[in-house]
Ligand binder design. Structure first.
Ligand code: MN
Length: 212
């Protein structure tokens, strides 16, 4: 079987109206089917152009091409993580005191509230388009909060991402207009702590992660 060496837009694991009222069906459809899809298509177009230039033995502008490629791949990977670290409100995905993520947050941030405050401030202070991300550094075994500009600037190389929050305007404008803070507040209602806990435990155990 030939391996498809292109990116594929992942399906959501919940219905489009599953995150309402915190993220409306209309906004989620637009965000997933248009914005995320555009990053997948953008990356694949460049990869196919590179394949063509290899076959035809022609050159291309490496600086511009790889800059654009990293933008699209970053967008694709971050959105894939984002959909998975969200979930409809429910018992299954709630934060439990027995979870490793809860214990680790308490240990390193003092309390869940303090962590939420710091993460929210990180998301609120992203200049222009970007993300807030919770990562883990295996060298020093600590959770580290990271701010991502656009899809790829400010990134700590090799730190594994546990949770992300998209604060590009396209992620909230339709529902919240320019009130990014209100969107960040709503985000905490639809966090999939189960998935986040699983990711942290896998990183701590050095197990391979499902995404890239
Ligand atoms: Mn987005």
């Amino acid at each position: 079987m030939e391996i498809n060496k292109l990116y594929i837009l992942p399906e959501l694991e919940y219905p489009y109206n599953g995150l309402a009222p915190h993220i409306s069906e209309e906004l989620l459809r637009l965000h997933h089917d248009k914005h995320h899809a555009a990053y997948v298509a953008g990356a694949n177009t460049i990869l196919q152009k590179m394949d063509k230039s290899r076959i035809e033995n022609t050159d291309f502008d490496t600086k511009a091409t790889f800059k654009e490629l990293s933008f699209h791949i970053g967008g694709h990977i971050l959105h894939s993580l984002f959909w998975k670290n969200l979930a409809p409100i429910g018992e299954k995905v709630g934060l439990k005191s027995t979870m490793t993520i809860k214990k680790t947050i308490d240990e390193e941030y003092g309390s869940l509230d303090r962590f939420k405050k710091l993460f929210s401030q990180t998301a609120a202070s992203v200049e222009g388009s970007g993300w807030a991300a919770l990562t883990y550094c295996r060298k020093i075994n600590r959770l580290i909060i990271m701010q991502i500009e656009k899809h790829n600037i400010n990134v700590y190389p090799s730190f594994k991402i546990i949770m992300v929050l998209d604060v590009w305007e396209h992620a909230y404008y339709l529902d919240y207009k320019n009130d990014r803070g209100k969107f960040i507040e709503a985000f905490w209602n639809i966090v999939n702590w189960n998935e986040i806990n699983k990711r942290l435990e896998n990183i701590m155990a050095n197990k391979p992660l499902s995404s890239c």
